[in-house]
Design a protein around this ligand. Structure first.
Ligand code: MG
Length: 381
């Protein structure tokens, strides 16, 4: 493992802070080395708006749009730059203006190095109550930076292997049958699993259209679109016959009792998405859903997502890693975590026409990272 200018003790400390994983280090050796706490400089945070252009209009049960606002973030320290990103779909409640206002308040000069990860992210989290995407942008940039300073990819900081990354789903959005057929034909050539947005009055038509083109396993995302638990259960039995393997957020997010009723009777696993956001929500999910959809923009980034994965496992919940429309920066951040997930829905960079970065590649239906340090991404322009 490469360690560049940082000694093994620093690496041990960073590993604890970032991943809580130190199993691959000899602790005696690490402790006998001098501690490098010298100040190498001041972390410099910079940021700018960057609007993501969608290849196709993105239609959910409740909305449709052609662009996603975003903010690109950089943290510079000791000659290295960490990249981060906030993606701001309207339903998340953040805007470009709110993210810029939040980032204006972030002052990293009090911290001696990015290796104070726990302190830095705790400070950032306490600046405001919400702004989870803005916080994720700082978290992602910090992890990219730490990986670059240590000379290791983020998945190694987390103790994970890309060999265990599950295939990603690719989302077919709600559209007319001929458009769906065309989207599905194209997607079936590149992906091993598809995700279908349902929840309007044409669910069966959409599934029949897709099944006229491919037999690939499907997961369906209802985005809270069904408003009756018995209707939902009937529909799920029908979907099971059609080869659907998982159902995401079938009912409104606050319908806890109905969700529990449905999960108990459903032949397919039911995952929560809109019903949870951050780590304190995970315990609430137990008994009401089969699994959780973790998204970095909802949960403030890699650091908290990693904790959520462990907590979910302790609660016997399955884990899905999802995304917004994002560049390969935020997608890479989730890809590095994805060996720890059961389902991966990380197609956001494939849905935009102006990706700023390269460094995530689709191979045999899986979104894979490079083995370059940090997020392993490079700016395209
Ligand atoms: Mg969803």
């Amino acid at each position: 493992m490469k360690q560049n200018n940082y000694n093994r003790r620093t690496f041990l400390t960073a590993s604890i802070l970032v991943a809580g994983s130190t199993t691959f280090l000899n602790q005696d050796t690490a402790l006998s080395s001098p501690v490098s706490t010298e100040k190498k400089g001041v972390m410099k945070l910079s940021f700018r708006p960057y609007e993501l252009k969608l290849n196709n209009p993105f239609t959910l049960a409740t909305s449709s749009r052609t662009v996603t606002p975003g903010v690109q973030v950089e943290i510079e320290f000791d000659g290295k730059i960490g990249y981060g990103e906030a993606s701001l779909p309207p339903y998340l409640g953040e805007s470009t203006a709110s993210v810029l206002a939040f980032l204006e308040r972030v002052d990293l000069t009090a911290f001696s190095s990015p290796f104070e990860t726990e302190n830095i992210l705790d400070y950032v989290d306490k600046i405001t109550e919400n702004n989870t995407a803005a916080k994720a942008a700082v978290d992602i940039a910090l992890h990219d930076l730490i990986g670059k300073l240590l000379g290791v990819p983020c998945y190694q900081l987390l103790g994970l292997s890309p060999k265990q990354i599950p295939p990603t789903t690719f989302t077919i959005s709600i559209a007319k049958p001929d458009v769906i057929r065309e989207q599905t034909q194209d997607a079936a050539k590149r992906f091993k699993m598809l995700k279908v947005k349902l929840g309007r009055d044409n669910d069966k038509e959409i599934i029949e259209t897709i099944r006229s083109v491919t037999d690939l396993p499907l997961i369906v995302d209802i985005n809270q679109g069904w408003k009756d638990k018995r209707y939902a259960l009937d529909k799920i039995y029908w979907l099971q016959e059609k080869g659907i393997i998982m159902v995401e957020q079938p009912l409104p997010k606050s319908w806890w009792e109905e969700a529990g009723w449905l999960t108990e009777r459903s032949p397919l696993p039911i995952f929560a998405d809109e019903s949870l956001q951050r780590i304190h929500d995970v315990m609430k999910i137990k008994g009401y859903f089969s699994g959780i959809n973790i998204k970095l923009m909802k949960c403030t980034g890699i650091h908290e997502a990693w904790k959520m994965i462990h907590l979910a496992r302790a609660c016997h919940l399955s884990v899905m890693l999802g995304c917004m429309t994002e560049t390969s920066c935020a997608i890479a951040a989730a890809v590095h975590l994805s060996p720890a997930a059961d389902f991966v829905d990380l197609d956001g960079n494939l849905l935009i026409s102006n990706d700023l970065f390269q460094g995530v590649h689709l191979e045999n239906g899986r979104q894979l990272p490079t083995n370059l340090p940090g997020l392993g991404i490079e700016k395209k322009y």
